[in-house]
Design a protein around this ligand. Structure first.
Ligand code: HEM
Length: 133
């Protein structure tokens, strides 16, 4: 964990700019609160989102330059491959992104970080699509 702790202090990361673990927690909580009640997303997510949210918290932490928690917990992300069992249509991609937008607003992430995060995750979300409507 020592190495992970050091990397969390690395200056100039998005992780650090938005306020570290506390900010990531807020975003992830807001995201899964919305996903859990979105009619387009409910069918493909588990009823209990605790573990899903934890993996996402670990992933976003490392994706934005914080400690490499996801790799330690799950190995290489290979996110597109991990999403293949679920039908991710353009509608579901848009739904996921609308949940993210709400979560970023609720977490009160400041500009220009809010837009930068949204743009980056919009690209990732596009990459996850695997099924036409
Ligand atoms: C495009 C719309 C998306 C949909 C509909 C979607 C849906 C899902 C579903 C159904 C799961 C499995 C939940 C479970 O069984 O625990 C999952 C897992 C996950 N998703 Fe997404 N996802 C989307 C986009 C994204 C994006 C953009 C990211 C990255 C920021 C992401 C990160 C993850 C992670 C880290 C996991 C856990 C993977 C694991 O370790 O098993 N997803 N997603």
């Amino acid at each position: 964990m020592e190495e992970a702790y050091e990397s969390s202090k690395r200056p100039g990361t998005m992780y650090e700019a938005i306020g570290g673990a506390e900010a990531i927690d807020k975003i992830v909580n807001g995201l899964y609160k919305r996903i859990g009640s979105h009619p387009d997303l409910i069918p493909i997510f588990p009823e209990d989102l605790t573990e899903t949210a934890k993996k996402q918290r670990y992933f976003l932490t490392q994706f934005f330059g914080g400690p490499k928690l996801y790799n330690a917990y799950r190995g290489q992300p290979m996110l597109r491959r991990r999403h293949l069992p679920f039908e991710i249509t353009p509608t579901r991609k848009d739904a996921w992104l609308s949940c993210l937008a709400g979560a970023l607003e609720e977490a009160d992430i400041a500009e220009p970080y809010r837009s930068a995060i949204f743009e980056k995750l919009t690209m990732t979300a596009h990459h996850m699509m695997n099924t036409p409507e």
